[in-house]
Design a protein around this ligand. Structure first.
Ligand SMILES: [Zn+2]
Length: 260
């Protein structure tokens, strides 16, 4: 009989059920007392024993049910905590993934920007320009005149007021920087493509032999030193550093993308 009425692990008795059980128990005890006083001791004892047994079971059942309810409530609370923890963990993981993705995208954008900057820098370094910004040719290549020892102009003259900034037309290395006789103060650069450019009649020289220069870097100031009739920049393009290996400077600059 003790096992016919399952306490039920997950079934908590209602408040009413528990109260009914207590009331029934009290009534049974009262009955047992009456029986004990009026009936034969044996019967009374038997009835009392039976009743007590029943009452005891009811109480055990009630206590057991209450305990089960507590256990169940505790289990539910634990499950709830576990669910909350799992939810929090999932949320934290999702947040971490989102942050990692944001970071990855930012890194990608930064790399793309760096690539673009490098490409722009390469383009700048590889680009050619006029030796004097905004200037123009005043005396052409191979033009005749008594001024030149060869009888013909080995370069071109660019208009340049004294002290104008003279820049490297492209990237290269300084192979000559100093006095050049008829050229006055002059600079010769070996360009990265193996050709040479020369800048003459300078009033001052701002680089030294062996120095690497980027395109557009100022290398000196224009002047009228050497065999010159007035301030201007004498510019030559050559296949070698030697005088006489000159080529058309205008065609040379145009071939390198300079508009003039
Ligand atoms: Zn000249």
């Amino acid at each position: 009989m003790a096992f016919t009425r399952a306490t039920g692990k997950h079934r908590a008795p209602s408040r009413l059920t528990r109260r009914s059980a207590q009331v029934a128990g009290a009534a049974a005890l009262a009955t047992a007392g009456v029986i004990g006083a009026t009936a034969s001791p044996a019967l009374a004892a038997g009835s009392a024993a039976s009743t007590v047994e029943t009452v005891g079971l009811t109480q055990v059942t009630a206590i057991g049910s209450s305990l089960a309810a507590q256990i169940e409530a505790q289990a539910e609370a634990q499950q709830h905590q576990a669910d909350l923890a799992a939810k929090a963990k999932a949320e934290a993981e999702a947040k971490a993934r989102a942050e990692a993705e944001t970071k990855r995208r930012a890194e990608e954008a930064r790399k793309a920007e760096a690539r673009a900057a490098r490409a722009a820098e390469r383009a700048r370094l590889n680009s050619f320009r006029l030796p004097v910004a905004g200037s123009y040719v005043t005396t052409g290549y191979k033009s005749g005149g008594s001024l030149w020892s060869s009888g013909s102009h080995s370069g071109v003259d660019f208009r340049a007021a004294s002290g104008s900034s003279v820049v490297a037309v492209g990237a290269g290395t300084v192979v000559e920087a100093g006095w050049g006789g008829a050229y006055g103060n002059n600079i010769v650069l070996r360009m990265t493509d193996g050709t040479y450019t020369q800048y003459g009649h300078l009033s001052s020289i701002g680089v030294r032999v062996g120095q690497h220069v980027t395109s557009g870097r100022q290398i000196g100031l224009s002047g009228s030193t050497g065999n010159s009739t007035g301030p201007h920049l004498h510019f030559e393009a050559r296949t070698s550093p030697q005088y006489g290996s000159d080529m058309d400077p205008v065609a040379y600059l145009r071939a390198h993308g300079v508009r003039l």
